[in-house]
Design a binder for this molecule. Sequence first.
Ligand SMILES: N[C@@H](CCC(=O)N[C@@H](CS)C(=O)NCC(=O)O)C(=O)O
Length: 310
Amino acid sequence: MQMPASRKQDDSITGGKFDASALERGAKALKELDSSPNAGKAFELTKLAEMSRQKELQAEIEGQQMARAQAQLQRSQQEGDDRRKTISHQNEQERRTAEYKARLDSELYQKKLEEKLTFKEWPEVKKSTKWGQVPVVITADGQEMTQTKALVRYFGKQVSWGRKHLIFSKKLYPTDAKLAFQVDEMIDAMEDVRMKITPTFKIKDQAEKEAARKALFAEGGECTELLKKIEMYCGDKFVAGNTLTIADIWFFFFLNLLRSGFFDGLPKDFLDKYPKMKAIVANVGSIPEVKAYYAKKDLSKEPLYSPFVE
Ligand SMILES: N[C@@H](CCC(=O)N[C@@H](CS)C(=O)NCC(=O)O)C(=O)O
């Protein structure tokens, strides 16, 4: 094979050109090295150098593998965090929707209450209700909800109290089973007081009716005895668990009703004998939303609300 003319002129590969003399020099050096006594050592050294290079390579590979594993771990931690954030965002959204729905329901309820069924209208309306009784709540999606305690628990499970949207804001109906039980127990004890009064509505004679009620609330009377026990088991500011629950709301309404004049014959100052319950009633009455609600009442037209705004 013929070399191109330019190659013939210069056979070295320096700077990209072939240098035949360099090969010759290299072969000579190898020959010398091979025949020298240090050749074995040189080989060993080369072997060692090669081994340490292998080790370095291995360490580099391991380092890269470790970095990859760490990056993978970080990625999955990040994905986990993102998933948790999405879930807690969804929970927050659901909680807000439930609260909003509950508010709508209660607003509808209030509207219905404010429509004020007259005694004349009642027999006709009664036929259309589930149990022939009030209260009735018609929900935003048209569902008819009844039974006072079931309703109060239902709303209490959705309405929170405390600093809004923070972890320590609590539902008015406790999620803790033991506390929920205490709340129910205290409400039922207060219901026993009501049950003592209910039969007096059947007494036709006004004076006799009032006397029967006075007796219930006199010293040694059945309601007084019950109220004393309830007072004993109440907290100083809250009915149960040192936190606001539906029991406080229940007590606020019922105890105020008892002293509102709705029950002819009941002493309006009966609550003064029960300082803890009086404080509980005042505490609920001081909640801004409660205050605002009762502030709208025209006491000249609806004097029964007087104790609610005290
Ligand atoms: N168990 C029901 C009782 C409701 C009830 O006694 N409602 C009374 C008024 S407070 C009522 O509707 N009375 C009229 C009637 O029965 O025709 C509840 O707790 O909601």
